[in-house]
Design a protein around this ligand. Structure first.
Ligand SMILES: Nc1ncnc2c1ncn2[C@@H]1O[C@H](COP(=O)(O)OP(=O)(O)OP(=O)(O)O)[C@@H](O)[C@H]1O
Ligand SMILES: [Mg+2]
Length: 238
């Protein structure tokens, strides 16, 4: 199982949108996927859930990592299961999720974890369990500062905690590749950031699909942005 923690210290850059669309694109390509909602906002739980508000959540898993089987629910998509989020999820040990996932490592091809824009102990559970830290960014005037912060955290984390964690960045909400080329060139020239080839276009299809709780690939299969998410999935499959 390849585990991907989707994280950025910045809010609203598309972490949850990436989680749900990447999970669906991976499933579309024949992969078995476990989604974990580590964000107390529980946005991706609402997106995927077929389940009621009752039942087990990530909070139960963090209290009892050995009981992971009880925390996994099926979604409306055959190849996607979910560990649901909890508004009161908190913990003091960053190793709990990794410990839990070791029990189900062979049952999934990918695990995709949505996080909140805070690198606290809850989010560190995702970093500790992950093979890849996947950071969506918006190419704007602030993104250099944003990336510098994440890089600082990543360097320290890799040194002290999980030296197997690989960092990958991709541009989300790309409106006009030409206009954004200068910002991109500035970043790429001055730093050696691990930026993926795939960019995700800015598109109204994303919000329209979200309004229906549908992945964009299901909502508008031939749209540019649906094909972008497929490319992202393929690039991560490697
Ligand atoms: N490629 C895109 N094109 C257009 N809109 C997008 C795109 N990606 C994300 N959005 C929109 O941006 C908004 C924020 O996205 P999202 O909720 O995924 O961000 P987030 O990083 O998870 O936020 P938070 O930090 O609050 O968890 C949503 O309205 C979403 O529909
Ligand atoms: Mg989110």
């Amino acid at each position: 199982m390849k585990t991907i923690a989707i994280a950025n210290l910045k809010g609203g850059v598309g972490k949850t949108t990436t989680t749900v669309n990447l999970a669906y694109s991976l499933e579309y390509l024949g992969k078995k996927v476990l989604v974990i909602d580590l964000d107390p906002q529980c946005n991706c739980t609402r997106f995927f859930a077929r389940v009621s508000n009752q039942g087990n959540t990530i909070d139960g898993l963090l209290r009892n990592p050995e009981k992971i089987n009880r925390m996994i629910y099926r979604t409306k998509y055959n190849g996607i299961d979910i560990i649901r989020g909890a508004s009161d999820a908190e913990c003091e040990d960053p190793h709990l999720l990794k410990r839990a996932l070791e029990h189900r490592n062979k049952d999934y091809d990918f695990c995709v974890i949505d996080t909140r824009p805070v690198f606290d102990t809850l989010t560190r559970n995702a970093f500790h369990a992950a093979d890849i830290l996947l950071t969506p960014i918006k190419f704007d005037n602030y993104c250099r500062d944003n990336l510098a912060l994440v890089e600082h955290f990543y360097d320290e984390y890799v040194l002290e905690e999980n030296d197997g964690l690989e960092w990958m960045i991709f541009a989300n909400m790309v409106a006009n590749a030409k206009a954004q080329r200068k910002t991109m060139a500035d970043i790429l020239d001055k730093h050696n950031y691990p930026i993926l080839d795939t960019c995700i276009s800015r598109s109204a299809v994303v919000d329209n699909a979200l309004g229906l709780y549908k992945p964009v690939l299901k909502h508008r299969k031939n749209s540019t942005v649906a094909l972008d998410y497929l490319e992202l999935a393929k690039e991560l499959i490697g």
